[in-house]
Design a binder for this molecule. Structure first.
Ligand code: GLC
Length: 550
């Protein structure tokens, strides 16, 4: 029996704070800016906010390198601004979740500073190793961002492990003191009134004993020895038992490389330790494993990913639904069409918003923001992008390598939100910390507020419809025409309603396909993204939602 939990009725909005809205004119997005926009978020139909990290940080990975877990960075407005936002969120009946990044800290965190000096009790807070004879690294693991996963520390005279950037040393979660620190952090924010956590790469926190070499993976070497590691469920159960079970909150786990069967070990409603999971399978329809290894977009692959999760979690666990976030390029540029910008932007919204689960929108998605194409690779900011540009595919021309960034870089999603056609897209009155996508003159919130036919207003309509139809919340999911390369068709079946969702990914007209036993003459067409008679032919990127009341 499915559990009733408040987050299941909600739609969340992810804020990547540096680029959302600057409230104090210093060029960097902040919590004052968020406060100004709370009514805007509410007007979208969003009931919850997930904040990417807003803690003090040197910013080596834009905040995912935390130097103090129990404070808010001064550039974001400090604790004063945070309390105001939290209050404003709750006054509006909304919820707020924080990003919990405890696989690693910043190397500027006090714990690391003490650990490298072997000051107790911090000596074993991180994963230190002496290196192998002959000056060799402790093992053959790669970091996810910058070359090998080990860096020599002069002061300590040992190597430390970092699965991400050099400035992001991994915590030693096998140390019970570290787990107690995590619990302190959780209680600190929950006691303040925060409603839950998104847990950053949480499946990485338990490393295989002895940190053995990896002979399996050709890239991201080491991953089989730390993803879903030996004590992962034990540690997560400990956090649940000692902290989460005592609060009315939820947890959302980020899990690279996970499939539904394995996901259930984490999020099964009866036996799991967490509530929802951010899976990457739905991001792999145009790449192998990560955006950085691009392939041709395959709709069947994407459908299979979404359907698999819908089918295998049914009745046992709850899906988190997303198509964009701060780690991936913009969805219209990836799976839709910049030529059919409006149509494909709306179609992609329909494609995922009527599935079962809790949807998340990423800032700018609701106005159809697109990938960013700077002329110069030096304009990129992201640590992963910069490393990959400087170190991979060096045999290709500079132009090819730059084009790859246009397609793959995480910075595509990190340009400031385009609020208006005023200077700096209305994001700041100062000098923006990062480049604004030059298309802001035509793609911006102010313009779309005025246009009843805009992508923005379509999101509002689609979210309102989603919330008004119990079948979207409770119904089962069935995919149709699985092998079709142009259409994504699925239905939802509930006690009193039935829904049919038809999305065309073709950039030319396509024949309408309706599964047998769905009599369109008895249905109401409740949502559509194009004008004109809704006949037997679908327009490019057309989406339709039909409803039957039983
Ligand atoms: C997660 C975050 C990403 C970050 C990485 C390291 O994947 O989403 O932005 O760079 O973890 O913390």
């Amino acid at each position: 029996m499915e559990r009733k939990r408040w987050y299941k009725d909600m739609v969340f909005y992810q804020i990547w704070p540096r680029s959302f809205k600057d409230g104090d004119g210093d060029g960097m997005g902040d919590l004052w800016g968020v406060y100004e926009k709370l009514d805007y978020l509410k007007s979208l139909g969003c009931d919850g906010i997930w904040f990417s990290p807003i803690y003090p940080s040197p910013g080596a990975d834009c905040g995912y390198d935390i130097a103090d877990y129990m404070d808010i960075a001064p550039e974001f407005g400090g604790m004063e601004a945070f309390r105001k936002v939290l209050e404003g969120v709750h006054e509006r009946g909304m919820k707020l979740i924080m990003d919990l990044v405890v696989n690693h800290t910043s190397d500027e965190h006090e714990w690391f500073q003490k650990s490298r000096k072997r000051i107790e009790p911090y000596t074993d807070y991180y994963i230190w190793r002496p290196g192998k004879p002959g000056g060799k690294l402790p093992n053959n693991w790669d970091s996810n961002f910058e070359g090998k996963a080990w860096t020599w520390d002069e002061e300590r005279g040992e190597y430390y492990l970092h699965l991400f950037a050099v400035k992001q040393p991994d915590l030693n979660m096998d140390n019970p003191l570290v787990r107690e620190e995590v619990k302190k952090i959780l209680r600190f924010w929950l006691d303040m009134g925060v409603d839950g956590f998104r847990e950053d790469v949480i499946t990485y926190i338990s490393k295989k004993e002895g940190l053995p070499d990896d002979h399996l993976f050709p890239v991201y070497k080491g991953m089989p020895n730390y993803n879903h590691g030996p004590h992962i469920h034990e540690y997560l159960a400990e956090f649940k038992r000692d902290v989460f079970d005592h609060y009315d909150c939820f947890t959302l786990a980020e899990a690279p490389l996970v499939w539904p069967k394995q996901a259930l070990k984490y999020i099964d409603e009866e036996t799991g330790q967490l509530d929802m999971m951010i899976q990457f399978e739905c991001q792999c329809a145009d790449c192998l494993f990560t955006d950085w290894m691009p392939t041709k977009f395959s709709l069947p692959k994407m459908k299979k990913a979404f359907s698999d999760w819908q089918e295998k979690l049914e009745g046992r666990a709850w899906n988190m639904l997303y198509i964009e976030n701060h780690d991936h390029p913009r969805i219209i540029s990836r799976y839709g069409s910049e030529v059919f910008w409006k149509e494909s932007g709306k179609m992609l919204a329909v494609m995922y918003l009527f599935q079962k689960g809790t949807p998340f929108l990423y800032q700018g998605q609701e106005i159809g923001m697109l990938n960013w194409r700077p002329a110069d690779p030096d304009m990129y900011e992201d640590v992963q992008t910069r490393w990959q540009y400087a170190n991979t595919e060096l045999n290709k021309s500079p132009e090819d390598r730059l084009h790859r960034l246009w397609r793959c870089s995480r910075d595509n999603a990190r340009t400031p939100v385009q609020w208006s056609d005023e200077e700096n897209a209305g994001f700041t009155t100062g000098t923006p910390w990062f480049h604004v996508n030059p298309n802001y003159k035509t793609i911006n919130v102010a313009q779309q507020e005025q246009d009843p036919d805009s992508i923005l207003n379509f999101y509002r309509k689609a979210i309102a419809l989603r919330k008004a139809l119990p079948v979207v919340r409770y119904g089962t999911y069935t995919e149709h025409f699985k092998n079709d390369r142009n259409l994504y068709v699925y239905s939802r079946d509930g006690a009193t309603q039935r829904l049919l969702v038809i999305c065309s990914f073709a950039d030319r007209p396509a024949g309408l396909k309706v599964p047998k036993s769905f009599d369109l003459s008895k249905a109401e067409l409740v949502l559509r993204n194009v004008e004109g008679p809704a006949g037997q032919v679908l327009m490019p990127y057309e989406a339709r939602v039909y409803l039957w009341n039983k």
